[in-house]
Design a protein around this ligand. Structure first.
Ligand SMILES: Cc1ncc(C[n+]2csc(CCOP(=O)(O)OP(=O)(O)O)c2C)c(N)n1
Ligand SMILES: [Mg+2]
Length: 334
């Protein structure tokens, strides 16, 4: 599949996931402002095109280690709105049973790993799962391609020791790990100029002996095309792949951060990947304005209905709760 023949069906699904992620996060901002979310809310506004393009490449049995800005990849890989709102509202019914804030949501059973840290802590666990599957002879899809593991990282996380150790091990072991590097040019308030001195983060792939790919994170077609190629290479046994996208972070580090450290000259040049995609799909004639607004309305109805239902669910009871870290060990994979 090339950029030319990327099917309308794939682009449609990608759009729907982007819109779900954007609209879910708008709702999360509202809940945060209403004081209904404990702690903060770390959002992926601006990262939707890249994250959704990664998510649509995943197949059942793959592994996803998302970071806090990967709402889109999570939704693409099957995380339900119910699960998202249960966690943000701290409900006992949620996958984290109302604990662990809202950024660590996940369960090995679903293939979405609970995040340990934003700063490189997920690369080694993904590599470990891929290696263990290989050793158990459980690393292949029915057609003989490999199951992949996707791990997300930011420009700041790219300069941590944990990233280096995990990625080097994956490269040496020739594991089908796809590293999604979202270079949004800031690590909290630290600009890229203080994070790395190489010209482009993709240049680092040479040092690990792995293939690299680059795309404009605001260009949905470029994201879809690049992720498709990287994932195919990993599935076909070409080892770990690094995919670096240039992204505009359209929010603060989190909702408690007004990002006033970003100079106005930078703020003015930022683009919105969702807006760009909506314009593009209308210009190309793939969608009409009324079809797009009907889609946004349908998604909003789904969000409101789910939120209403989840809001009625119980809060955790400290006296009744089971205090194991994840779940019963025998239920880990169920
Ligand atoms: C050891 C450690 N120091 C600081 C933090 C707080 N922290 C979490 S994410 C982050 C910035 C990450 O930047 P980047 O990797 O570029 O990802 P982005 O937030 O831009 O998606 C910081 C400083 C942390 N979690 N752990
Ligand atoms: Mg960053």
């Amino acid at each position: 599949m090339t950029l030319m023949n990327m099917s309308l069906q794939v682009r449609q699904r990608h759009l729907e996931i982007m819109l779900y992620a954007r609209q879910v996060e708008q709702q999360i901002t509202t809940l945060y402002r209403q004081g209904r979310i404990s702690g903060s809310a770390y959002l992926g506004r601006g990262q939707e095109a890249f994250s959704a393009a990664a998510g649509v490449q995943l197949q059942s049995g793959d592994i996803l280690a998302p970071l806090t800005r990967d709402c889109a990849a999570r939704i693409a890989f099957g995380e339900s709105l119910t699960e998202i709102f249960r966690t943000y509202l701290g409900k006992a019914t949620g996958i984290m049973r109302g604990r662990d804030g809202n950024t660590h949501r996940g369960h090995i059973r679903t293939g979405i790993l609970p995040m340990i840290s934003h700063l490189g802590g997920m690369i080694a666990p993904v590599a470990g799962i891929l290696l263990s599957r290989r050793l158990q002879g459980q690393d292949k899809l029915a057609n003989g391609d490999l199951h992949i593991g996707m791990a997300s990282i930011g420009d700041g996380g790219m300069s941590t020791g944990a990233l280096h150790e995990g990625l080097n091990a994956a490269a040496v072991l020739h594991l089908p790990l796809v590293l999604l590097v979202s270079d949004n040019h800031y690590a909290y308030s630290t600009p890229s100029t203080h994070n790395y001195a190489c010209q482009h983060l993709a240049d680092r792939a040479v040092g690990y002996g792995i293939q690299s790919h680059q795309c404009d994170g605001n260009d949905s077609d470029a994201c879809l095309h690049t992720l498709y190629l990287a994932v195919q290479a990993a599935r076909q046994g070409q080892g770990s792949q690094m995919v670096v996208a240039s992204i505009d972070r359209l929010c603060g580090h989190s909702e408690h951060d007004d990002a006033r450290y970003i100079p106005p000259s930078v703020q003015e040049t930022r683009k919105d990947c969702v807006e760009l995609r909506l314009e593009q799909l209308q210009l190309s004639g793939d969608f009409s304005a009324s079809e797009l607004s009907a889609l946004q309305q349908r998604i909003d109805n789904d969000i409101q209905q789910t939120l209403q239902q989840v809001s009625k669910e119980p809060e955790p009871d400290a006296q009744q709760t089971q205090w194991q870290a994840l779940s019963h060990p025998e239920q880990l994979w169920q």
